[in-house]
Design a protein around this ligand. Structure first.
Ligand code: CA
Length: 731
């Protein structure tokens, strides 16, 4: 009788598995998702090899599955086992599926969570935390979420309005909820929490809004805050929360605390059971130009750093600042991997990191000693060399706030590697990095905004002098040898903007949105882990940006990924968001795509003089660009205004911009900051952009990126010199 009740609660759970009849290499479908410290420590053991129990699969964050039923020899037989439609639109699905004991958990835009039966795709429950729509204006980078944590029968995640929520993994019923941020501030949670020994670790986002970053630990049973570590010092007159902030404050000048300073640790968190430390990556400085933020210079600790804290107490242990004086939005928040590798004949327990600044780092995990550092993209120009201690020597030209000339930073365009998770395969010894090689123009202007982001960057201006011409620029999947510190293969069929998983089957899985300007379908692909050769691909209808996961139930290996990239296709194009689950010899087909005719640009004739257009450009960049796009650096997912029918009527345009007619859709009234004349100037500017765009050739189905895409080869003529790559090896 008891078994029947439990089985009913489980949906498809088998009584055989409850009775312990399932073999040790098969996922035991347990009465609840009982992830605990013991299981996570034994993640590769036969009992747990078929699970994906946390964001990076286990504590090491290697995203390596020991399963090998699907391998290079049979991957061509991989097919769709089931799929589930996900309802939310307007933001990319950045989630990594978590599979525990036959249940699979994914997050969706607006911090919603779905639970499915991992074998059949049956929906078990869905939780909507009801984040107020108004929070959309407090986000730099969309209504996104990257995943849940599972711990002792609970599913725990963060929300865009800064809450941590724990629900029962079986029922989706709320167990507790806690506010982890000050709601009056522009702080949000998009990252996946990590858990060790009953402590949940989560940081927040908000450096683009001049916030002050912190990481905190909470009790997984109750949600009570256990410790908090501040990434940058506050007002010295108020005293410092931690002893290290006293000396960190000496690396700042001016009145930085009035603008928060930044350093928000919004993504990478890795607990290391070997050292008892939790490693976190801190965000960029705020506002962006170092000279605006800290006008007398200084490194600005602990922005753009990797920091090790005692996991129990939150006490500071070691740090390495990857980008001193960061002025390039070089968050160091990217996922952090721990591994045992052999360097110079000695086994070392290391921390590996490949942040936005383009350098691959290997640290001793216990001490933070830098063992090696070298660009994983062809080169960088924000630094010139490493000194004898491994500290980067900064390029004085890169301090564009001080020089006043602007600077094309390499890498640029959101960094060489952002939150898209990388993976490490202990069999090949390679790290697989979604890499981007490009430049980005930074021009400082104190107080300038992009939308409501307080960047002190004028996004409409360009640095003096030519941009650097980068040979081999673009987006690709890179295999990097962390011992020899060199690239082993690069695969342009892969992506710089999608998460990676690797398996014991000598495979690397990645979503592969087609390159800028291309019209091919978005796909999910498998590559040989040793050579990079593409060995399998499937049309997914929707782009993939998040990471994939692999698990085994009743002797069958599955690969799961969420397709749902809001940046793909036209804004009006029918979009799909689905959890896709593959296994060998499965034959399910996705329904054919819905018919679609692309909209036609139909703006009225240009109007207004140069002064009106210039004013329109300034106001557009200040108030509209962060949601509606700017110069190809589109940061969100709202309509492309060049297509708006309201461009034909100042009354209709004003009714929205000033009158707030579309308030219910999240388009608030700008009455407090814009006049009717401003609205007319913006309309004139957008009309001019639309008429300009009518003359351009179509740019393909990927909406974001530099106009015309990245150059494939250097154009003729003068180009800024690109320096050779710097390198550091510990002697
Ligand atoms: Ca940032």
């Amino acid at each position: 009788m008891r078994s029947q009740i439990i089985a009913a609660a489980l949906g498809a759970a088998s009584l055989a598995s409850l009775a312990g009849l399932v073999g040790p290499t098969q996922a035991a479908v347990r009465p609840q998702a009982t992830v605990d410290a013991k299981r996570l420590l034994a993640a590769d053991s036969p009992a747990n090899a078929g699970q994906w129990m946390s964001y990076g699969r286990d504590y090491s964050e290697q995203r390596y599955s020991p399963l090998e039923q699907i391998n290079v020899g049979d991957v061509s037989r991989l097919g769709l086992a089931w799929y589930a439609d996900l309802a939310e639109r307007g933001g990319s699905y950045e989630t990594t599926p978590i599979e525990v004991d036959g249940r699979i958990f994914v997050t969706a835009p607006w911090s919603k969570v779905y639970a499915f039966d991992a074998r059949t795709g049956k929906l078990l429950w869905k939780y909507d935390p009801k984040v107020p729509g108004g929070f959309a204006v407090k986000l730099c980078c969309g209504i996104v979420n990257r995943g849940v944590a599972v711990w002792e029968g609970k599913v725990i995640w963060g929300t865009l309005d800064g809450r941590l929520i724990a629900v029962d993994a079986r029922t989706g019923k709320k167990v507790w909820e806690v506010q982890a941020t000050d709601r009056s501030k522009t702080l949000s949670i998009s990252g996946a929490p990590r858990i060790a020994d009953g402590r949940i670790f989560i940081g927040e986002a908000g450096s683009e809004f001049e916030q002050r970053g912190y990481m905190a630990a909470y009790d997984a049973a109750t949600g009570k805050e256990l410790w908090r570590w501040w990434a940058v010092p506050g007002d010295p007159e108020k005293g410092f929360e931690q002893p290290e902030l006293k000396w960190a404050a000496k690396t700042w000048t001016g009145e930085w605390w009035k603008k928060g300073g930044g350093g928000t640790p919004w993504d990478g968190i890795t607990y290391d059971p070997v050292t008892g430390l939790v490693y976190i990556g801190t965000g960029n400085g705020a506002p962006w130009p170092a000279w605006v933020r800290s006008p007398g210079g200084g490194d600005n600790l602990f922005i753009s750093s990797i920091v090790a804290l005692d996991a129990k107490t939150g006490k500071f242990k070691w740090y390495y600042q990857e980008t001193p004086q960061d002025g390039f939005d070089f968050d160091s928040t990217q996922q952090i991997i721990t591994a045992n590798i052999v360097i110079d004949g000695a086994k070392r327990h290391v921390v590996m990191h490949a942040p936005k600044n383009g350098i691959f780092y290997v640290f001793d995990a216990a001490t933070g000693e830098l063992l090696a550092a070298k660009p994983f993209v062809p080169t960088v120009n924000w630094m010139t060399a490493f000194d004898a201690q491994g500290r980067p020597i900064l390029n004085p030209e890169a301090n564009y706030g001080k020089t006043g000339k602007g600077f094309y930073a390499v890498p640029g365009g959101g960094g060489a590697h952002s939150w898209y998770p990388m993976a490490f395969n202990p069999n090949t010894g390679l790290v697989y990095i979604p890499a981007n090689y490009s430049s980005y123009p930074f021009v400082a202007e104190a107080g300038a905004k992009m939308g409501n982001q307080l960047l002190s960057i004028n996004v409409a201006k360009r640095p003096s002098g030519p941009p650097p011409v980068l040979v081999g620029a673009g987006s690709y999947l890179l295999a990097w040898d962390p011992v020899k510190m060199k690239a082993v293969w690069m695969q342009r069929q892969g992506s710089g903007r999608a998460g990676v998983m690797t398996t014991a089957g000598n495979l690397v899985f990645q979503g592969t949105t087609p390159p800028f300007g291309s019209s091919g379908p978005p796909t999910f692909s498998a590559f040989r882990a040793d050579t990079g050769e593409r060995v399998w691909t499937a049309d997914t209808q929707a782009g993939i940006v998040g990471g994939s996961a692999s698990y085994m139930i009743d002797g069958v290996q599955y690969v799961a990924v969420v397709a749902g990239n809001s940046a793909f296709g036209d804004y009006w194009e029918p979009t799909y968001a689905r959890l896709l689950v593959y296994k060998l010899d499965a034959k399910i087909k996705l329904p054919p795509p819905m018919p679609y005719t692309p909209p036609v640009l139909n703006p009225p004739a240009d109007f207004g003089d140069a002064a009106l257009l210039s004013r329109g450009e300034t106001e557009y960049n200040s108030h509209c660009a962060s949601c509606h796009g700017n110069n190809g650096r589109v940061s969100s997912v709202f309509p492309d205004l060049r297509y708006a029918g309201q461009l034909w009527s100042s009354d209709a345009f004003d009714a929205i911009v000033i009158g707030g007619a579309l308030q219910a859709n999240g388009m608030v009234s700008f009455r407090k900051v814009l006049t009717l004349h401003d609205a007319d100037a913006i309309r004139a500017y957008v009309v001019s952009l639309a008429n300009e765009a009518k003359k351009e050739p179509p740019r393909g189905r990927f909406r974001f990126g530099p106009p015309g895409g990245f150059p494939a080869a250097p154009p003729p003529g003068a180009a800024a010199a690109v320096p050779p790559p710097p390198e550091y090896h510990h002697s």
